[in-house]
Design a protein around this ligand. Sequence first.
Ligand SMILES: Nc1ncnc2c1ncn2[C@@H]1O[C@H](COP(=O)(O)OP(=O)(O)OP(=O)(O)O)[C@@H](O)[C@H]1O
Ligand SMILES: [Mg+2]
Length: 711
Amino acid sequence: MRSKNAPNVKYLPKDKFTEAIIFAGADAFAHAQHWIESEGRKAGDDIPPVYLGKKQLVELETLNIVDGGRQCARVIRAGEIGEAYLTLIARKLAIAGVKEARLFNGMYEPKPAEDWSPRLPGYREEAERGESIVINLPVTKREPKADPADELKPRVESRNDGLYWITPKVDKDSGEIINNETWLCSPLEVVGSGSDGAERYLVLRWRSPRGHEDITRAIPCADIGERDGWRSLKAGGVNVTTKSTFRAILADWLQQSGADQEWIITHTTGWHHGAYIMPDGEVIGDPATPILFNGRSAASSGYAIAGTATTWRDSVARLAGGNPSMMLGVAAALSAPLIGLVGADGFGVHLFEQSSAGKTTTANIASSLWGEPDALRLTWYGTALGIANEAEAHNDSLLPLDEVGQGSSAKDVATSAYTLFNGAGKLQGAKEGGNRELKRWRTVAISTGEMDIETFLAAGGLKVKAGQLVRLLNIPMEKSTVFNGLPNGKAHADALKEAWIDNHGAAGREWVKWLAANQQEAKQAVRDAQTRWRGLIPADYGEQVHRVAERFAILEAALVTGASITGWGEQASRDAIQHSFNAWVKEFGTGNKEHQQIIEQCEAFLNAYGLSRFAPLPYDPSSMPIRDLAGYRKRKSSHDDAPLVFYTFPATFEKEIAQGFNARQFARVLAAAGLLSEPSSGRGYQQKSPRIDGRQINVYVLHQVAEEGEE
Ligand SMILES: Nc1ncnc2c1ncn2[C@@H]1O[C@H](COP(=O)(O)OP(=O)(O)OP(=O)(O)O)[C@@H](O)[C@H]1O
Ligand SMILES: [Mg+2]
């Protein structure tokens, strides 16, 4: 029989005599959450209780509600629940071997409402005698019932080894019914249908080919019976008959199924209706309608759990504490699910430094909140589609990216960064015409490299737009100096590695649970941090510095509110973020990066070609011709070292000097800096040149930068 664990069964304590706490009823999730925060915390108990909410009750028959060998259990009524469910819970406990079970009418009830213990042996015997434990639940699945009148009807039957098409016939001579059976496909269950807002889907479940887990997947209704639909099933491990007549029968049956349960289908992870979807499809929280994530990340198997949130805090976080870069990494990991709640944009943190500074160690510490660090890392993609799919599969979550420069070209990094931080993919043409919904995402990326992104791209002949640098924060990695009990940096790095191998995945989930239950508090923390940071940044700093400060505010809010996850003090957390911000400002400058870039680019051109590609005035037609003439030059006055004026051809200005920028914007910035003369009248920035060979032409008038102290 296929069965899976109810939420938190896997966290039940190893000691089988410890009582399992099970919340059951419509509000089970909320009550369980409350228990963790109040009763559990008071008692020093950090084991999350099992909960059986609406979603779990629907599939109660197939769920394990305690682990094998558990001796006692306390069932706590949490909101509405029918008697039939309670009986089924009692029977399931009995079958699992529980010896003592009691029902409480609420978590604060001092005495049990019912003691089930005396009933348990009876239930157990019944089950051992093979008597059915199937009880008619208020929500029943449509089972193909063998109604005698239907005995002669052709039908699809679901068996242990697959779906069969049964065509009964009465034997003429004996009068016996002979069932002709044809195999249609390997075992497959229709668990409902749903919509992603645009299309209808059928939700199917089957056992993975290795038999370890159930795979639940949504197939577009439009694909049922079509090549694409069969292909998705087969790719997922369902064997399907190759005979077209029987495929048609299977397709018809599928189309008639799935009316019982409505699902929400989504292509992005993260927050949906108060629940949070992990990149591997795990749903944290209890949405009113079941949600299915129908995308996949290449790294989904990395979202594994080892140890608990507490063991992570006492090992990884304890070791990393006091080291600003490492704390920043953790802040990025905590920010990922927070940005979605507060509606902030995604961003990335790029840590750069020479080899062996601990960059990979830091990125792995951040990843270890969510899973197994090495398995979670993705590459800088060379295709926008590759990164767009991963971005959708990492919405509201941390996206750890490969080391920049190792196997990734400048172009890959530029493509990925642009797609990632642009927030949405291009409109995609859908098969049946029309446009598919825009892909959207919001992720927090963490990457590392020996160079900052700008230098790396420049080395590859590409230029970063200043807007991108605001989204991808270049922060010099700071070597760890606080070794928390270890003798040196190497031992510290090695201890961290050992720590995350045994402790990963639980802390991030714990953080999401906290966020789900404390959304208002989290939002308020971000607002407060942003107000504080706004007050901190001097008003005359560039607009982009102010925008980046908003991101640091989020990082700070995440770290401060995540104190119970990290165990780090409030001041230490603030200091780490402030420290990282200072390091960022030192790299970026306090001005407006875009303006700086424009001025530098113009100066660089004039320095390189000012003399070689601009012909001196007055023009002498008999002089040597100049290749790639860019314009004309003249001294401002007769003085020998008076600054030069460059009458630049529009084509050279727009295509070469302003390359990579909007020429108008480029000219505006130069004019504001006094490097370009603004015409006294008219629009645009072009002017008439002095008479050259009797003619006046349109030019941009650029001025040589005065050397320091000359003016
Ligand atoms: N603070 C430190 N002091 C001394 N050695 C360190 C420190 N941090 C890391 N190391 C050493 O560097 C090794 C590599 O660490 P890590 O992979 O994190 O560095 P990295 O910056 O990613 O280097 P690379 O650029 O080579 O990938 C560690 O195993 C450790 O030996
Ligand atoms: Mg490295």
